[in-house]
Design a binder for this molecule. Structure first.
Ligand code: SF4
Ligand code: SF4
Length: 400
């Protein structure tokens, strides 16, 4: 796999402007017919995290999905748009997401299929480090090839999500929560992500990133849209992720998926080859990044009696804004560590987190439909990251 990343400017989500940008981005890599052939069934694996409008930037924008779909159809392939969101993988739930996220309209307009097959297949992957047998969506299993069409966002658990993390959506519905329960620490979770990639192998022919309007702050669901103005493409998801992290003006080696890629020998270094436009001109210098909880090993060196306190000071954790909790119970139902209970307060039911049980997977923060679960940082975490933010700003000034 090479390390070439195509970067193309794209100012907004006007469908024709996006089409031109996606066309250029893929042409820089050799053109769509290098990856997709006539008669093939192409699965476009979008990021359809939840039922929100495209403007929230939690999902891949329909204009980008439409552009990739049109290009595949132009070479004579058929297209199915597919993802498994954060909730149940069934017709009612997924069709409501398709509608709200703009997929229904874009699919109708360009004659693209929306996945209606809610079955899954159990697969074996003997080379897996942690995932040797797991379930994947039947539609991805059946497809001739896959285009991984991701959205660049911050992510409370993984730091950011772009190409590599997007394929976690190959795991059906609530099994994703089970996987968070099984692969609790971020390092093991990243191993599982690369096992999914290892299973699919060359079937994933291309990765395209919607970084036109990304998400900063409390991603992947409750952050703030932030304009970057870029469509990225690469055959190498790790290279595309390194480019994505650089666009957010963060250090790739603070991100667990990239650290893991190096650990597993999937990349030698952070050098990527940019084609198209200069990535540097699109870097958002004050992008509100998340630095994930990597400090755990340090906390292990302090006495047992102090570990809990040190952990709290050094990490981020979910915090429910109780006065706004609507008591829907979604976080309670999906917490893999069973750390959430529903309690009575002032005559209404609200959610409550038991931090002794919480594994900090941030599934609850991702899934709360009302955005009332925030990310709370410990004081040491804040100080360390304030310092590194300052360092980034100073570096930028020097390089300006
Ligand atoms: S409370 Fe939230 S972050 Fe903690 S284990 Fe449960 S879902 Fe994960
Ligand atoms: S998902 Fe959000 S609104 Fe629903 S119970 Fe949990 S915190 Fe409250």
């Amino acid at each position: 796999m090479d390390n070439v990343v195509s970067i193309v400017k794209c100012d907004n989500y006007d469908e024709e402007i996006v089409y031109d940008a996606v066309l250029k981005a893929i042409n820089n890599l050799g053109g769509i017919d290098k990856f997709v052939k006539a008669g093939q069934k192409v699965a476009i694996k979008a990021n359809l995290l939840m039922k929100v409008a495209p403007e929230k930037c939690a999902t891949t924008h329909p204009a980008v999905v439409g552009a990739v779909g049109r290009l595949c159809k132009e070479v004579g392939a058929s297209v199915v748009i597919v993802d498994s969101a954060g909730g149940p993988f069934n017709s009612m739930y997924m069709n409501s997401i398709y509608k709200t996220s703009g997929m229904t309209d874009i699919a109708q307009k360009y004659d693209l299929e929306l996945n209606q097959n809610f079955n899954f297949v159990s697969v074996n992957y003997d080379n897996g480090v942690v995932g040797k047998k797991f379930d994947i969506l039947k539609t991805l299993y059946d497809a001739d090839c896959i285009i991984n069409l991701c959205k660049l966002k911050t992510h409370a658990f993984a730091g950011f999500t772009n190409a590599v993390k997007n394929m976690f959506g190959a795991i059906p519905g609530l099994e994703k929560v089970e996987m968070h329960g099984k692969y609790r620490d971020i390092s093991t979770f990243c191993d599982f992500l690369y096992d999914i990639w290892g299973y699919f192998g060359d079937k994933i022919v291309l990765n395209v990133s919607d970084a036109i309007d990304a998400m900063e702050g409390e991603g992947p669901s409750n952050g703030t849209p932030r304009h970057i103005g870029v469509v990225g493409a690469s055959t190498n998801p790790i290279a595309l992720d390194i480019a994505g992290v650089r666009l957010m003006n963060a250090d790739p080696m603070t991100m667990p998926t990239i650290i893991k890629a190096q650990e597993r020998g999937l990349i030698q270094d952070l050098n990527i080859q940019i084609v198209g436009e200069d990535l540097q001109q699109f870097v958002v210098k004050d992008f509100d990044v998340i630095v994930p909880n990597l400090q755990k090993p340090f906390a292990n060196y302090v006495p047992m009696s102090m570990q809990k306190f040190v952990q709290k000071m050094m990490t981020q954790r979910p915090k429910i804004v109780k006065k706004h909790c609507r008591g829907c119970g979604k976080c309670f139902a999906h917490c893999p560590a069973k750390a959430i209970s529903m309690v009575e307060k002032n005559g209404k039911k609200i959610a409550n987190i038991d931090y002794d049980k919480c594994i900090k997977c941030f599934c609850c923060q991702e899934l709360c439909p009302f955005g009332v679960i925030k990310i709370k940082s410990g004081i040491v975490y804040k100080m360390v990251n304030f310092k590194s933010k300052k360092r980034r700003q100073n570096d930028n000034k020097k390089n300006a």
